[in-house]
Design a protein around this ligand. Structure first.
Ligand code: UDP
Length: 327
């Protein structure tokens, strides 16, 4: 079997990706500093603890496993925090990724799959976003990810590093088998915070802003099931192994839901009320982020079949009630 280096394999999306990679016949080698990930979430392959900025440690791990590809999830990803502490985002995300990309090239590994984000597009007048939309991020998180995309393009030109860039919309849900799930500390994402409010783990959900230019005044997002999202990574890896050109793909469903619509769906899935209060806008939030692209379906053959709010909330709720990590 072929090794794949998975940075951030102890995190939410990375741990689900390791499960999918193993099922597809790869050995996922997790490289993670455990700053936000969980040792208990590494269940499907070897674990190597290390930081993205530690070049010597990266060289050692790359030399040991000789991966056919690097799949790079590890990043700080909170929009709000990126606005109050931008240096942390530029350092961890950009310096860390640059170190990793240079080490990957120097180790002779030719394939790179990168987790980017729809936050690189920024605020765009209520349009659907495709891969050719202008990238004009309004928060440091999105700006840091766009910078890494630029680094990848330059490294392809200079060294031939082939890459697939996935621009995620909002990832939600959990492994239906309950082996891994979403567990952030602190939690900042809408669906897990809402489930916390439903079962009394926190007093209420705060809706961040009710005066946006949308039908009900709350922000609109395009939610994708984490299992669908990681399936796309397996397809992206095969794309590169087949020798195809570097490519950018949006991973979204093309359907947007407002915060209030997500609350309504949660009520119907859990049969419980969602305690909420209406609060101020959160700095850095875009009004609407919805993928308008069919490219991943057309070219990769990616069909996000689990990505209905019903299924995402059901799977998140199951994990929320039964799953957690201890360390
Ligand atoms: N949101 C909210 N209350 C919360 C957390 C999030 O109203 O406690 C809103 C947020 O403003 C955004 C949407 O829910 O419009 C999704 O936010 P999340 O943090 O889950 O993902 P992001 O879009 O920032 O990546």
């Amino acid at each position: 079997m072929k090794n794949v280096l998975v940075t951030g394999g102890a995190g939410y999306i990375g741990s689900h990706a390791c499960k999918a990679l193993l099922a597809a016949g790869y050995i996922p080698v997790t490289y993670d500093n455990l700053s936000t990930g969980w040792r208990d979430a590494v269940k499907f392959g070897p674990f190597e603890q290390g930081d993205l900025t530690d070049r010597a440690r990266l060289d050692q791990v790359l030399a040991t496993y000789k991966p056919v590809a690097v799949v790079h999830f590890a990043a700080l990803s909170q929009v709000g925090e990126s606005m109050t502490d931008p240096g942390k985002y530029w350092h961890n995300n950009v310096t860390g990724s640059l170190t990793l990309i240079q080490a990957t090239v120097d180790a002779g590994c030719e394939n790179f799959v990168f987790s980017s984000t729809c936050a690189t597009y920024g605020e765009q007048d209520n349009v659907l976003l495709d891969e050719d939309s202008m990238q004009d991020p309004i928060n440091a998180y999105g700006a840091s990810k766009r910078a890494i995309e630029d680094i990848l393009r330059d490294f392809e030109m200079a060294f031939g590093l082939k890459h697939v860039i996935f621009r995620y919309f909002n990832v939600a849900g959990a492994d239906p088998d309950g082996e891994v799930g979403e567990f952030h500390q602190p939690e900042t994402h809408l669906i897990p915070l809402m489930l916390d409010a439903i079962d009394g783990k926190r007093p209420a959900l705060t809706i961040y802003g009710t005066d946006y230019d949308t039908d009900d005044g709350t922000c609109v997002r395009d939610y994708v099931h984490v299992m669908d999202l990681v399936d796309a990574h397996v397809l992206g890896l095969k794309w590169l192994e087949d020798g195809k050109d570097s490519r950018v793909f949006n991973l979204g469903t093309g359907r947007g839901f407002s915060v209030r619509e997500v609350i309504d769906h949660s009520r119907s899935v859990t049969n419980k009320e969602v305690p909420f209060v209406e609060g101020d806008r959160r700095a850095g939030d875009c009004t609407k982020l919805v993928s308008g692209s069919e490219r991943a379906a057309r070219e990769l053959g990616w069909h996000p079949e689990r990505s209905t709010l019903q299924v995402m909330i059901k799977d998140a709720w199951r994990w929320h009630q039964n799953g957690h990590y201890d360390k």
